[in-house]
Design a protein around this ligand. Structure first.
Ligand code: CTP
Ligand code: CA
Length: 225
């Protein structure tokens, strides 16, 4: 049980959290992004701070206030800038909780001039972005790596594939087909799937309660190492 006023059960732990979307510019006025309010990541940062952890929050653009007591806050925009920020802060953390919604593709060529509208359709060529989680998975060492996944179908198989390819300790999956899960809500309905294939199903709860469950699992893994 964790009191509303916080405890110190995560004292001494350095936790880095990624949150929010990435934005990939097309031209000076247009971009490609992913749906994400940042609420889940900010809730994790907030709860981790209240429980005594040293928290680094790496965040794409959101409308949320910077959590009080955050040790370090890094503002990012593109997937590339998220990668750089995570990479720079990786060495010095015990756990990396990756709730950022990273764009998988970016415009292949950025246009410095605004693209003018013409008659007919427009195609924009897209190139893959860096998979930040996968890159960090390659240099994991004894750090706890947590991923997120928002799925519409084949949730379990997709989650297991991501755990393997990104070398995650566990993944928090939300089922977008359920009301009260996912984007821009204060609640979430998640399943947590770990590297051993265990799956836990949670009922609808606040994002702060989901945060505490995630942090409890991170703490247990660190303590059992
Ligand atoms: N992720 C990342 N870098 C990317 C894409 C995803 O770091 N370029 C991270 C996310 O922050 C998340 C996890 O990987 O923690 C899973 O993201 P998700 O989009 O569900 O997985 P993908 O591998 O991109 O697969 P797909 O979008 O096809 O489902
Ligand atoms: Ca993706």
């Amino acid at each position: 049980y964790v009191s509303l006023f916080g405890s110190d059960d995560l004292k001494g732990m350095k936790i880095t959290v990624t949150a929010g979307p990435t934005v990939e510019d097309i031209d000076p006025v247009r971009y490609i992004t992913n749906r994400s309010s940042g609420k889940m990541g900010y809730s994790i940062a907030k709860r981790a701070i209240m429980r005594g952890a040293e928290v680094t929050l790496i965040s794409g653009p959101t409308s949320l206030d910077r959590p009080r007591g955050v040790h370090k806050f890094v503002q990012t925009s593109s997937a590339e800038s998220l990668y750089n920020a995570v990479n720079d802060n990786f060495e010095d953390c015990d756990a990396l909780i990756q709730s950022a919604a990273v764009a998988d593709y970016k415009p292949k060529n950025y246009s410095k001039k605004k693209v003018k509208k013409k008659d007919g359709d427009l195609s924009i060529e897209l190139a893959r972005t860096k998979d930040v989680a996968k890159e960090m998975g390659k240099i994991k060492a004894d750090k706890v790596l947590v991923g997120f996944a928002a799925e519409t179908n084949d949730l379990l198989q997709n989650a297991q594939r991501k755990i393997e390819s990104k070398n995650l300790d566990f993944i928090v999956a939300n089922d977008l087909t359920k009301e009260g899960a996912g984007f821009n809500t204060d609640t979430n309905i998640v399943k947590i799937i770990d590297a051993d294939g265990n799956m836990e199903d949670y009922p609808k709860m606040s994002k702060e309660d989901v945060a505490d469950i995630i942090l409890d699992k991170v703490k247990a893994i660190i303590e059992n190492q």
